[in-house]
Write a protein that binds this ligand. Structure first.
Ligand code: IPE
Ligand code: IPE
Ligand code: MG
Length: 260
């Protein structure tokens, strides 16, 4: 669990409602240690477990991580199959802890390309945690932001075709309802470890107004302290959503006055 120092360092008022993480740098972490890339992925699972503990300890309500992109199929066959096996074994290993910690698991992405064994373990994990409410924890696997938008558009078009939705009603709000994670708040804080400054086709729609945090720390080295640092950085940002800085300041002043 996150220690009390970590908790007191973050003002709970400023916590992001939803944090998304591109967990990048496993391969380079392993290479630096002259280990196979698989060792980096294994260490990455350990880092993720620590971040889930921090998130629940700090009161973050929603976390979405990128575990396998729709482009990661382009990797060597052996690495892909090691990753698929790691998904099955990690879910099995950590599920009891996640259930105990009150975590609700949801997987997003196109499952149709996965083995039956993996699909079964995803369904079982979702089923076993579905009534948990402490942390909504989403894992993106065979996920791509463009896939998400295309899949949402396809479902929406099917509803238009069947007559349950009229073309006149199609707008941003309606399309949002067809996207992955539509049951959750939009992403406030987007973290990418591993030093690259790119989105790599992660949550394109859901990150339209996210604060973007990039760190050189390789994912297996990312820990509770690093996570708290990213949350502190987030709380220092002024979110304007198109307005001017002065407007935002005036509004927050008047809110403060109204409180007292
Ligand atoms: C991220 O780490 C994990 C996955 C994409 C599955 P990488 O494997 O991309 O690590 P680097 O970028 O090669 O260091
Ligand atoms: C993004 O990392 C995907 C995941 C972390 C799962 P990559 O390492 O695959 O991204 P690129 O290819 O360097 O952009
Ligand atoms: Mg990478």
């Amino acid at each position: 669990m996150a220690n009390s120092k970590q908790q007191s360092e973050v003002s709970l008022v400023d916590l992001p409602a939803h944090v998304a993480i591109v967990m990048d740098g496993n391969g380079r972490w392993a290479k630096k240690r002259l280990m196979p890339r698989a060792a980096g992925h294994k260490a990455g699972v350990g880092a993720l477990n620590k971040i889930i503990e921090s998130a629940t300890g700090l009161g973050v309500k929603c976390l979405t991580v990128f575990a396998f992109s729709s482009e990661n199929w382009n990797r060597p066959k052996l690495e892909v199959s090691i990753l698929m096996d790691l998904f099955v074994s990690s879910i099995k290993k950590y599920l009891p802890e996640l259930i105990k910690a009150g975590v609700c698991l949801q997987f997003i992405g196109d499952r149709s390309a996965f083995s039956e064994k993996l699909i079964r373990s995803l369904v079982e994990a979702e089923e076993a945690t579905k009534s948990n409410t402490r942390l909504k924890f989403n894992i993106a696997m065979n996920y791509g932001g463009r896939w998400d938008i295309a899949a949402a558009t396809k479902s929406l078009l099917e509803d238009v075709q069947s007559g349950s939705v009229s073309t006149d009603d199609v707008n941003e709000e309606l399309l949002s309802k067809y996207m992955s994670l539509s049951n959750l708040p939009e992403v406030d804080l987007f973290i990418r470890t591993g030093g690259e400054h790119r989105i790599s086709n992660f949550l394109l729609w859901q990150c339209a107004y996210s604060e973007l945090y990039f760190t050189d720390v390789l994912w297996p080295d990312f820990n509770g302290e690093e996570f708290v640092q990213s949350l502190q950085w987030f709380s220092s940002r002024q979110r304007r959503f198109g307005r001017t800085g002065e407007q935002v300041e005036t509004e927050s002043d008047s809110r403060k006055v109204g409180k007292h």
